[in-house]
Ligand binder design. Structure first.
Ligand code: NAD
Length: 347
């Protein structure tokens, strides 16, 4: 008989806790603001460098500041009076972006170094950092039939060039602020996140959104044909946004996880071809697939080993891909229609 799941001990948080979400104009940051607002939190501040008109979501009652957090003074302004900081601001995107713009990805280290110092000096109680599965050693991810990655697989380090190395060094900052200064930091390594309000067009989108859009377009223009990056055999796991924001909350309020990187992703491994088949079922079509072998593809396979998160939190992200995509596809279809009609969209 398998052991019964451990009862998780999470600290209780007062609804007046002052929360800062950095990167609130983006996908996960915006969804996190909505999540805390829906939970009844009354003091939420969102910060992003984008002008307000370009924020993906504007949550009524959330204070919004437009600041470039790669500048030290702006970080000090952002964290003023805050109890908890959720650091999700980064220059990032899907494989097409992070393989092409490594310098931009590396420069996010400015945001992370200034934010953590400002938060520490301001007497913030808890600091969450959004790391990535791109920190894992690429040598372990060559085969699509990969063994799922456990937290210790980041070292010896050979992270994804640019983006992955930046995440790894920023994780180390979090760990050292705890070791040397007793600052409570929390680190989640996100595996691919998807869902409504995510980037779906424009070059920064990830595979689930890009493939939904391509299928929608193939139906709309009547070609019923899509171009897939790579040969369709590479594998990944994809996590639905609702699981991601719930996981961020649980991780940040679990003292067992201070300064301890933890996977936040599903362990439902699928190939790109399988992902397309799920989307076809949702859309009710069959499309002709052509393969672009010159396009960016990333590592051969990547999956999340969830042994640790299940042990510590008694929970893991568990929305099945077909369920999450079933909610994401109609949202992207709506965005597609709006864009065609010349209306404002998220992208
Ligand atoms: P996103 O691009 O939608 O949001 C990031 C936001 O940060 C953007 O709105 C951007 O304008 C803002 N930003 C960038 N530079 C800034 C600066 N100098 N000052 C202030 N704001 C700035 O990305 P996301 O998908 O919401 O990702 C959030 C975090 O999660 C990032 O740190 C990302 O690296 C990490 N992550 C995401 C995924 C995923 O699948 N989406 C996977 C792994 C890790």
């Amino acid at each position: 008989m398998s052991p019964s799941p451990k009862k998780t001990k999470l600290v209780t948080v007062d609804k007046n806790t002052r929360i800062l979400v950095a990167g609130a104009g983006g996908f996960i940051g915006g969804s996190l603001c909505r999540y805390f607002k829906n939970k009844g939190f009354t003091n939420i501040r969102g910060v992003d460098k984008k002008p307000l008109a370009e924020w993906y979501q504007r949550i009524p009652g959330v204070e919004c500041l437009c600041l470039d957090l790669s500048r030290e003074g702006n970080c000090r302004r952002a964290v003023e009076g805050m109890d908890e900081v959720y650091q999700l601001a980064a220059d990032m995107g899907g494989m097409g972006f992070i393989e092409r713009f490594r310098i931009e990805c590396l420069r996010s280290v400015l945001i992370n170094t200034h934010m953590i110092e400002a938060a520490y000096r301001a007497g913030v109680d808890r600091y969450f950092y959004s790391s990535s599965a791109c920190v894992y050693n690429t040598e372990l991810q060559k085969n699509p039939k990969i063994t799922a990655l456990k937290e210790s697989d980041a070292y010896p380090a050979m992270a994804e060039r640019g983006y992955g190395w930046e995440k790894l060094i920023s994780e180390m900052f979090c760990q050292e602020y705890w070791a040397e200064r007793g600052f409570k930091t929390f680190i989640a390594r996100f595996h691919n996140v998807y869902g409504p309000w995510g980037t779906w067009d424009g070059g920064r989108e990830k595979a689930p959104a890009a493939l939904c859009r391509k299928v929608i377009q193939a139906i709309d223009d009547g070609t019923r044909e899509i171009k897939i990056w790579g040969d369709g055999t590479r594998t990944r796991s994809y996590q639905y946004i609702d699981d991601c924001v719930k996981g961020i909350d649980m991780i940040t309020h679990c003292d067992e996880l201070i300064a301890t990187p933890i996977n936040l992703g599903t362990s439902e491994l699928v190939s790109v071809n399988e992902l397309v088949s799920i989307i076809e079922k949702i859309a009710g079509v069959k499309v002709k697939r052509t393969y672009d072998l010159t396009a960016p593809q990333g590592v051969g396979g990547r999956n999340s080993d969830n042994t640790f998160i299940k042990k510590v939190l008694g929970w893991e992200p568990n929305t099945p891909l077909r369920v999450g995509l079933g909610k994401t596809y109609p949202w992207i279809k709506e965005q597609y229609k709006r864009k065609k009609a010349g209306l404002r969209t998220v992208d």
